[in-house]
Design a protein around this ligand. Structure first.
Ligand SMILES: [Mg+2]
Length: 206
């Protein structure tokens, strides 16, 4: 029987797989996941299907628009405030991605990328970080080589089965619906910084 939200999954099924229990691609969370997440210095992101839900809208003038999730945006700012670096590596090219990256202070933007692994390697070299210090959030097959190579490969909940299987962490939220924010919470919790972030807002509220 499929468990409803909020119930404890059976012990033989990883909690993060409950939304995809019918698909065999889910894998058990690595025992060293927290250590891997805590090492991350550079967070690389795909755009379509990760920062968006994968939808691409064109108007009659041929101008493309995308919808971004506001909580992903705050999450990325919190990540950068905590000292984390962020970059975008995407296969498509659109002006709106440059605008969104500018709004969020993301200086590393690689669009129109055919080989994400080679491009990510070049970004790592520029930033002086290792693969073990890198996380990548993806959703589809072009992301697979980077997901498999970096220390913390992260798949959004609605990523294709192969990407979810290769990832060290699968978010519970889908792309464009807060998955990036969720992943950043995991990264900050692993390095012990999430409580401080919440405390700042709690103090303001008090
Ligand atoms: Mg994608």
């Amino acid at each position: 029987m499929r468990p409803s939200r909020g119930t404890t999954p059976p012990p033989d099924r990883p909690a993060r797989c409950r939304e995809h229990s019918h698909e065999p691609a889910c894998m058990t969370k690595p025992a060293d996941l927290d250590r891997r997440l805590a090492r991350v210095q550079l967070l690389l992101l795909d755009v379509d299907g990760v920062l968006t839900d994968g939808g691409v809208t064109w108007n009659n003038q041929g101008i493309e628009s995308k919808t971004f999730h506001i909580r992903d945006g705050l999450g990325l700012k919190l990540w950068q405030r905590a000292g984390g670096r962020t970059g975008i590596v995407t296969g498509r090219s659109s002006h709106v991605v440059q605008l969104r990256a500018g709004e969020l202070g993301i200086g590393i933007v690689r669009q129109g990328v055919e080989d994400k692994l080679a491009t990510a390697a070049a970004v790592l070299a520029e930033c002086g970080v290792s693969w073990e210090e890198t996380a990548f959030i993806g959703d589809d097959l072009p992301d697979l080589p980077v997901i498999a190579r970096c220390g913390a490969g992260i798949a959004v909940a609605d990523a294709c089965a192969e990407v979810r299987a290769a990832a060290a962490l699968v978010t519970t939220l889908p792309g464009g619906r807060g998955a990036v924010r969720e992943a950043i919470e995991h990264l900050l919790r692993a390095r012990g910084g999430w409580e401080a972030v919440v405390a700042r807002y709690s103090l303001r509220a008090g």
